[in-house]
Design a protein around this ligand. Structure first.
Ligand code: ATP
Length: 310
């Protein structure tokens, strides 16, 4: 018997002729938090929807808590909490009435006050949903997803539209739920959110998982980043000398302020040698290298290198 709460093996999904998910694999153990990152249209929501039991897997195998999420959706339903990307809240109902509606569907719900309190909406209980702000509606969505004490929680872009304070509070709530044993599958466009919350991540692009693992695993092997600026009046001919000169340093961006940002993806260790070469070049050219820095690749660097790779 598998110990994985979520198992996705060779999942493919199509809409007509378009293949939105092209054979992906991942697993999430009990109490784990897995984040699916990726470009718009990468196939994250489609993958979530198959796991949520909204549609059967076109091909490949998908298991949730050891069962088939589509065939066994009625049995799984009480064990699962879902926060969709677009909520279907009823505008006329108050926040309290909305929570009560969801509580009626759950076998062992938390109290209405606890649900609203978890997402800091206690003072909005009598307010109609249509009068809530976008971020408040998102928080109500989250309260509804957790009202039935789910073992597995699907969160599709949970903090979109939230202000920084609400986002921090939501991260804390998600961390508390995971600490309590809830398994979470999350999609997000906020890399910081994934770095903060996830044990493991996958970056999807065009229906495929391009890279997966812990954040340190994912950024490992992507080298260091070397960056500096040169004064606006530096002749372009001088800059073009840099192209391919030091290891993998290219002039990548001419900023509207007429300053140049030069970045390079020199593999580990080579960035430091590149600094030596650059300083020699700058001394000869009499060019100031402003804000010269070398840092390890970040998750954002890896993300961009994947999505820019057409
Ligand atoms: N019902 C549908 N009919 C046809 N095409 C669809 C349907 N739903 C999704 N798609 C297409 O499938 C692809 C994957 O969509 P999906 O919503 O899974 O992406 P996503 O990674 O969640 O994107 P986003 O980050 O923008 O939410 C997109 O190209 C989308 O246009």
């Amino acid at each position: 018997m598998s110990t994985q709460t979520i198992e996705v093996d060779g999942l493919r999904q199509r809409y007509g002729d378009f293949e939105a998910v092209r054979g992906i694999d991942f697993t999430v153990p009990a109490g784990g938090l897995f984040a699916l990152l990726g470009t718009n249209g990468a196939g994250k929501t489609t993958t979530m929807e198959v796991l949520e039991g909204f549609r059967p897997a076109a091909s490949g195998s998908v298991r949730l808590l050891g069962s088939d999420p589509y065939r066994d959706r009625k049995v799984l339903r009480p064990r699962v909490g879902i926060m969709l990307q677009e909520s279907g809240l009823i505008g006329d109902l108050t926040a309290a009435e909305t929570v009560d509606l969801w509580r009626d569907l759950a076998t062992d719900p938390i109290s209405r006050d606890e649900a609203l309190g978890l997402v800091n909406l206690g003072d909005k209980s009598g307010v109609q949903v249509r009068q809530l702000s976008g971020g408040q509606k998102r928080r109500l969505d989250l309260a509804l997803a957790v009202v039935g004490r789910p073992e597995v929680l699907f969160l599709d872009e949970p903090t979109t539209g939230m202000d920084p304070e609400a986002r921090q509070a939501t991260w804390k709530l998600i961390q508390d739920l995971v600490a309590g044993g809830t398994t979470v599958l999350l999609t997000t466009h906020y890399l910081e959110e994934a770095e903060r919350l996830a044990d493991r991540i996958a970056i999807m692009h065009r229906g495929e998982i391009r890279i997966a693992g812990t954040v340190p695993d994912v950024v490992a092997g992507h080298g260091d980043r070397l960056a500096f600026r040169v004064p606006a009046h530096t002749p372009i001919d001088t800059l073009s000398y840099l192209d391919g000169r030091a290891p993998e340093i290219t002039v990548t961006e001419g900023l509207p302020t007429a300053r140049y940002t030069v970045t390079g993806g020199a593999p580990d260790g080579r960035a430091h040698r590149a600094v030596g070469e650059l300083l020699s070049w700058a001394a000869v050219q009499n060019v100031t290298l402003d804000r010269l820095s070398v840092r390890p690749a970040s998750l954002e660097d890896v993300f961009l290198s994947i999505v820019e790779d057409k």
